[in-house]
Design a protein around this ligand. Sequence first.
Ligand code: GCV
Length: 845
Amino acid sequence: MRSMAPGALLVISLLAFLAAPASLRAQSGIDAWLRYAPLDDSAKLLYKNLPRRIIPLGSTALMRSAQQELIRGIRGMLGVTLQSGSYVPRGDAFILGTLAEVRAAPLAIALPADLDDDGYSIQSLTLASHPCILITARNDRGVLFGVFALLRRIALGQPLAELNDRQNPYAPVRWVNQWDNLDGSIERGYGGRSIFFDSGSVRSDLTRVGDYARLLASLGINACAINNVNADPRILTPEFIPQLARVAAAFRHWGVRLAVAVDFSSPKSIGGLDTFDPLDPRVSAWWRNKTQEIYAAIPDFAGFVLKADSEGRLGPSAYARTHADASNMIARALKPHGGLLFYRGFVYDHHLDWRNLKNDRARAAYDNFQPLDGQFDSNVILQIKNGPIDFQVREPASPLFGALQKTNEAIELQITQEYTGQARHLCFLVPMWKEVLDFDAHASSAAGPTPVKAIVAGKIFHLPSGGFVGVSNVGADANWLGNQLSMANLYGFGRLAWNPDLSANEIVDEWTRMTFGNNPHVTTTIEAMQLSSWRTYENYTGPLGLQTLTDITGNHYGPSVEASEQNGWGQWHRADADGVGMDRTVATGTGYIGQYQPAVAKLYESLADTPDDLLLFFHHVPYTYVLHSGKTVIQQIYDSHYQGAEAADEYVRQWKSLEGLIDDQRYSEILMQLEYQAGAAQVWRDAICNWFLRVSGIADEKGRAGHFPGRTEAEAMALDGYSIEDVTPWEAASAGKAAVCARQAVTCSAEFRFNGSAGSYDLDVEYFDTNNGAAKFKLFVGGRLADTWLADDHLPTTKIDGSSSTRHRIHTIPLSPGDEIRIEGSPDGGDRAAFDYIEIHPASN
Ligand code: GCV
């Protein structure tokens, strides 16, 4: 996603704006799925008899938001401006009110008796012989959610006549977490700076916070914790609380409640005590007073999130206390105010001895929390990541879901794509989340199937609370997450939190239509891309349950197979010359599988029955082990990487077929992103295949791994100013080496002669775009300049490695045998204009 010069972008945007019909005009993405773009005339016909008046029966801030949203949506999509009025039984109207308000109006209609908090009913009915649409709910937040649901129906072109839609949320907890730091950076955030904080304070302009709350409300999300779980204790200082109150106010009229993450040592670090021992009465008094201070400023404050005894965060172990001691002490301070304490289950030892084959990080959540079942207060919720490790591209469901019967649980899903392409790669996560949510944990022999979604919603063991938490990490960039297509993940999380029974197809269809319109070619293309994208990403990063084979001690982005080995972090895959995979069996391995309920454990304990997709997560096997698919493990590793990279290439072609059917700005931004992804997928493919080829010594039966037709390595070129350096990890560069320009040089060059037959070719230059400068490249063919570009992307590394390796494709160049091809690189700052190879292919166009 290289940036264009601002001037060029302005001219292009202006030209596009003047030339395009309204629906195709540039869109920044800021409105996400709430664009309310005009429907086409035939769709509008469906709604020609809709009421023209809107009657809110209540006057709270939330009711005003509901009213304004309905006006905004109907005006945008249908070009009709609703008139506001008060109720008289005369004329058609949209009527908005809580059940109590409808009863008091009074409207002589039968009202639904089965609505929960935040649930809603949308009914088309006749009042005094006038057709009306009534949106009602137990609370005004529910009315707002009903308005969004009605507008969604219109955006999707669904008829409203005889409508009787009653919906209750599946679970009370539908939260998002942001990992924003007070300085304005965001841990694992890819969409720019924080919309909440800057330079140690809450931002003065909270417009984007309100916009965000509107997006969240449209999905039924009811709370947001705004700061990093690696929490800065200053969030609880007396100076900060009034600032938090401003954020709460920006959230409030969208029905989103504020929460914050807290640091367990706060009583000591900011509270003036000499201890943070949860059993010390001074400590509990401190939390009580602090909580009162917060509720005095923010009466609807939702609660705290706590990461303790994890990744260096202080916790109860400092005083030999339990997680229950810690969480109950804080929960009791919140209890009188109705607040919740989310205690994170992500507790593990990151100094494990990797030489001990019985050690296993995957065991940690269960080992820490299962023995405490029954000891947590009723307003404590254990927040458990979907899998036992850490948001890898594929993990089994955490066994902890099925192991607690007396503890409120929430599943933590990661919307921000930390290990799944960091919003530079298309990776629609809803299919992955669905697999976990629908996974039968066999938690109770009495209750029939016990899918994880029902467990966390408290439905199986009749618990007071629980539900869904998404780590969202939106930022101040116009498109929120750093990639327009990634917004389907935020949308999908919210829809699943409301109703986890929705299918991935339904969700992506809604999102695509609301985001890009109803053109059938557009919707089919985008939906197919989204739905295949998780498998694609998994294919070229870490198939067979290997997890994302990335730099796990660094940026979690590019390929680095050995980064997870021989360190204490415990993300081991144990690949060596003889075989690959973690033996987690009870019989011979770490015993992790024994943490599942017997029916699940039986499945995974058996090598023969374990699904191929999770094989190497559970078992260590030789490379020649034959999968259910009939392929050997090693061949599947090669094949999946080639398939994944081909699919990523195919996305570019699919996307290009949408030119002119969606607005230019989003078309171009996404095209650039997909072209980048296609190149990066090839980097992954080559890195992983080369690594396994070298380590296993077993050839790819299709002859692809290690053979790269049309590729000329930098090492084989005549160099001037460039020198050849080893790359770390070696698999991140073709043949392990790159040409790096001398630090002081103004320009370095490398050249070779084309020795193929005459024709038209695409030239791929693989270069390293480090983020500490913007090197300039020029490519000459036969002495003539063919292309020039800047290495000015902001990839997450200063190093020449798999994260900075980037492909630049130059299309349709005529070449004859003997033509001289010369690349010139001019370093800038720390960016050494390094490159890896040039690959020449017959032109694709
Ligand atoms: C907020 C992983 C991430 C960390 C994150 C942590 C957590 O380790 O890499 O950035 O810290 O999970 O979920 O607490």
